[in-house]
Design a protein around this ligand. Structure first.
Ligand code: IPD
Ligand code: CA
Length: 260
């Protein structure tokens, strides 16, 4: 499996998909549907961007599998699956907040989180003009600069989290926030899990935790963090809302001790 080739393709597709998302945003956002709850929306751009990514992957690697947030799963025959969130941070996108991203990962083996091996990843934030990428064993990068997670948090950790769309889960998630605040210097809620993970990789955040993510939310970002020297783990994997923790080693282990 050539991770370098997959990496180059992921970057190229993420860039093109990002440009399309940005162009559609400037033309105005049309809501296409709501999904799990009223707050969980999909725009026409989410669908169009995913279609572009699907077509580009199929043209370059017709026998690979695909798992996309909007169009579902297609098994492939090569052992490689592309795990794709066409617009991560759809609510930001709909509101005109520039923190949204295209997230693309090429994984090997099972498409079950925790059982795959991520080989290549690209997270593109077109409205911010930034692209983060990683290749298994080859490091994590942003526009030519190697990424590194933070290792020291003398003033406490700058943490980020997210909340699911189901209002019934908010109270429990706020209790989780309360439990981690003693080790935090402050808390962010950025609105795109893939970008939160890219920021941990880039040392812009010291750690990130969230319950109930889908595979496409974190497949690319988790590889960014690992290749930037950090640690990613999932707790409560038997529950409907497993907890994802990503950070430098020390903050990761402190978060796991609190949340485990
Ligand atoms: C959401 C974002 C958000 C996270 C939610 C995700 P979407 O993805 O990543 O930051 O808190 O859990 O569902 O719906 O914008 O693709
Ligand atoms: Ca998402």
């Amino acid at each position: 499996m050539d991770a370098a080739q997959l990496h180059a393709l992921a970057v190229d597709i993420a860039r093109e998909a990002g440009e399309l998302a940005k162009m559609r945003r400037s033309a105005g956002v049309a809501l296409a549907a709501t999904k799990s709850t009223l707050a969980d929306i999909v725009t026409e751009a989410d669908r169009e961007v995913e279609e572009l990514i699907r077509k580009r992957v199929a043209a370059a690697r017709p026998d690979d599998g695909f798992l996309g947030e909007e169009s579902g799963a297609d098994a492939g025959g090569t052992g490689v699956t592309w795990v794709v969130d066409p617009i991560d941070g759809t609510v930001n996108y709909a509101y005109g907040i520039p923190s949204y991203s295209v997230s693309i990962a090429a994984v090997h083996g099972s498409t079950e989180p925790g059982q795959w091996q991520a080989l290549a990843a690209a997270v593109c934030a077109p409205a911010l003009g930034e692209l983060f990428s990683a290749e298994r064993g080859g490091g994590a990068w942003q526009d030519g600069h190697a990424l590194r997670v933070t290792s020291e948090v003398p003033a406490g950790a700058l943490l980020s989290t997210g909340f699911g769309y189901d209002p019934a889960t908010h109270d429990g998630d706020l209790q989780t926030v309360r439990a981690v605040m003693p080790i935090a210097r402050d808390l962010r809620r950025g609105g795109s899990a893939a970008l939160d993970l890219a920021y941990v990789a880039a040392g812009r955040l010291d750690g990130y935790f969230e319950r109930g993510l889908n595979a496409w939310d974190f497949a690319a970002g988790a590889l960014l963090v690992e290749e930037a020297g950090g640690r990613v783990s999932r707790l409560d994997t038997q529950s409907p809302r497993p907890m994802l923790i990503a950070a430098g080693i020390e903050v990761h282990d402190r978060l796991s001790a609190i949340l485990g």
